[in-house]
Design a protein around this ligand. Structure first.
Ligand SMILES: [Zn+2]
Ligand SMILES: [Zn+2]
Length: 688
């Protein structure tokens, strides 16, 4: 087959690196094996041949190399043509989509991805990659072949040293790869050579890449006849993985057109496995490398909800309080709660005033710090004191492909976990200026109102605005503006705070802690029995928040940035979350990204596991038939805080006695447990 007689698409499909030429023309073994290729294809005997062994101790770090720019890599490969060409399994990319690669030391050149294909090991072997790193093979190697703009055929670029750019991904055997699964699932009818199929449901290109952009670069050739020396090779250092079963599916593909009768198709020569060329001498060439320092950069935020080193189970290492016996959250078991019908004059004053303040993404949650002129005050209700609200924030779970929401609230109610929980943090009025030290010794430094947040599901699964909470919309809008850690947005006119707490105010009461480090045991927990409700779309405003800083985004490599985009798009595009079609949409290639993003990229799942109650009492204040004041008339238009302060001071002695030995609490700071987020806030406003 003469490559020169082909052009554009045809060459794109068959001419690059791999030939659809009949297997007798060249092969990986026997008389037509690699050592003989140069007889028919002189270039195969050249000095710049590929693959090679990368000796990492001899690689030069090249300052002119840098991160890639990838445009369109988040597109799905659906619509491409999957081919068993007798030498490899190859996916020719859909013609109506463009995948552009630049940066990465390519100067001003841009390359377009045309196809990808694989080289893999023979049955029983794990040596299948073409390139080796320090002599080691991977089981599989994937080549993503790009051609330099504006060219369209190998023939046009065969005499250029940089006419093609191949991105090589090493693949080891380990976990199942859900993106590769989409390709393998389409090979049912590709067992024999020269068969093709259209890929109906492909993974995104980005989902096939590892996270790190650290790579090795050298100048080489096509690894198959005609071996043109026109390739800028990029070997990504970090491998991806496929499962043992997936490797076997590769090995099931055959290089022959059919199996002879008698069934000797299982003979080694008939399997396509082992379709790699032996490494070629470097002949004085030097490989260079780029080290992707942006990778891992955002993983270290101090304490986290996930992760082996910084997750919830490790908090007590740096914050001893977190390991004590009066911690929060807990499961609230109503059946063992002591009943109390007397609300003890529970009063909410100022709660009808419009919300004003600053919404902050603090890297662990989203929080509204109330304008200090506001006076949301809770008195009575069994506290014997007055508490002024300083901030509110949310904890929430993750939306799954089937439209349900997994995890979310910190407290559970009779074992039930809600999609989210809002905490309205109040500081003891008499200690507003020294809460961060007062909480170390007092069990009643804070009163936190816990509000379970439910998400309405349209029974038909079609309307994600159904059940929208109009009163919450202005806050949701502000939350939508703080996508990245440290982002802030002003909320100038929100609804009243009273619109965020249930109209029926029966509540559970126990003494516990901050649910984030330093876990000070200083909180009077007041968790409402009733929940409030928001729509799926309102919940999605929380789901879209990132845990890293916007500044980190520009430093992050293209692969991680694009994976984040795919991740977020996947969530946003669940426009009909309960329908099976959407479940399918997320249930494969991109779901591996979803899982990956959960740990490191999004704020969601920011709830602490349940803590043991030990012998702490829980009281259920059943106010069903009681009148609870949601505002205190005599305080309107007056400096409420003064009234509050005087009330608080007046009963301070009583409070200290009443709560002796029972109240332990929580302390709370976020990122890394450092003080960086405390600065500039009213004391205590950054507690979680
Ligand atoms: Zn290849
Ligand atoms: Zn909280």
């Amino acid at each position: 087959m003469d490559i020169n007689e082909r052009n554009t698409a045809a060459i794109v499909f068959y001419g690059i690196l791999l030939h659809v030429a009949t297997a007798s023309e060249w092969s990986y073994q026997g008389e037509k094996g690699p050592s003989e290729w140069k007889n028919d294809y002189p270039k195969c005997g050249g000095e710049y041949q590929s693959p090679v062994n990368i000796e990492t101790t001899k690689v030069l770090i090249d300052p002119s190399l840098h991160l890639f720019k990838m445009a369109g890599y988040d597109q799905k490969l659906s619509g491409g043509t999957l081919v068993n060409n007798g030498h490899s399994l190859q996916l020719n990319f859909p013609a109506d989509k463009t995948f552009r690669l630049s940066g990465g030391g390519f100067g001003n050149s841009t390359y377009r991805a045309l196809q990808l294909h694989f080289h893999w090991s023979a049955p029983g072997s794990y040596d299948g990659s073409e390139h080796t790193i320090d002599g080691r093979h991977s089981a599989v190697e994937m080549h993503i072949v790009h051609i330099k703009d504006p060219y369209t055929s190998t023939d046009q670029v065969k005499d250029m040293r940089d006419g093609l750019a191949v991105l090589s991904v090493m693949i080891d055997v380990g976990q199942t790869n859900l993106a590769v699964k989409k390709l393998l699932d389409a090979t049912q009818n590709l067992t024999y050579a020269d068969s093709t199929t259209t890929l109906a449901d492909g993974p995104s290109l980005i989902s096939l890449l590892p996270n790190s952009e650290t790579f090795y670069r050298y100048m080489g050739s096509l690894t198959t006849p005609p071996c043109y020396e026109t390739v800028l090779w990029t070997i990504l250092e970090q491998p991806i993985s496929i499962s043992q079963a997936q490797l076997k599916r590769f090995q099931r593909l055959k290089s022959v057109h059919s199996c002879p009768e008698g069934g000797n198709c299982s003979l080694p020569g008939n399997s396509m496995g082992g379709n790699f060329r032996p490494v070629q001498p470097m002949d004085g060439r030097v490989a260079s490398s780029f080290v992707d320092f942006s990778y891992n950069k955002i993983e270290s935020h101090g304490w986290t909800y996930d992760g082996a080193l910084t997750g919830t189970s490790r908090w007590s290492k740096d914050y001893p309080n977190c390991g004590k016996n009066s911690q929060s959250p807990i499961n609230i078991d109503e059946s063992i709660a002591a009943k109390q019908n007397d609300p003890e004059d529970l009063k909410f004053s100022g709660y009808d005033d419009a919300l004003r303040g600053t919404v902050v993404n603090n890297g662990h949650a989203v929080q509204l710090n109330f304008d200090q002129s506001l006076n949301y005050v809770v008195t009575g209700g069994g506290t014997g004191s007055s508490y002024k609200a300083v901030q509110l924030h949310f904890h929430w779970g993750e939306a799954l492909a089937d439209g349900t929401i997994n995890g979310g609230s910190e407290h559970t109610q009779n074992g039930k976990r809600y999609p989210a929980e809002m905490h309205i943090v109040h500081g003891k009025a008499s200690h507003l200026n020294d809460l961060s030290t007062y909480r170390d010794t007092a069990s009643d430094a804070y009163l936190v109102l816990g509000v379970f947040v439910d998400v309405y599901h349209d029974p038909e699964g079609k309307d994600n605005d159904a059940g929208a909470n109009g009163l919450a919309q202005s806050l949701i809008d502000a939350i939508s503006k703080v996508r990245y850690a440290d982002d802030t947005a002003e909320l100038n006119y929100g609804q009243s705070l009273s619109s965020f707490i249930p109209s029926e105010k029966s509540f559970y009461r126990y003494n516990g802690s901050l649910t984030t480090p330093p876990c000070s045991e200083s909180v009077i927990w007041t968790v409402f029995k009733d929940s409030i409700e928001i729509s799926v779309n309102q919940f999605m405003a929380l789901e879209r928040l990132f845990s890293f800083k916007n500044a980190d985004v520009t430093e992050r490599n293209s692969i991680k940035k694009l994976k984040d985009l795919v991740l977020v798009d996947t969530i946003i595009n669940q426009d009909a979350p309960t329908s099976s079609s959407n479940a399918t949409k997320v249930a494969d290639g991109t779901s591996s990204i979803l899982l990956e993003g959960t740990a490191n990229h999004l704020l969601r799942n920011n709830y602490r596991p349940l803590q043991s109650l030990h012998s702490r009492p829980v009281t259920f204040y059943d106010l069903t038939d009681s009148t609870v004041t949601t505002d205190v008339p005599e305080q309107q238009g007056t400096p409420i805080v003064l009234i509050v302060l005087s009330v608080g001071l007046g009963i301070l002695v009583f409070v200290l006695m009443a709560f002796v030995a029972k109240r332990y609490c929580c302390g709370g700071k976020k990122k890394g447990g450092t003080a960086e987020y405390t600065a500039g806030h009213q004391d205590g406003t950054d507690l979680i």
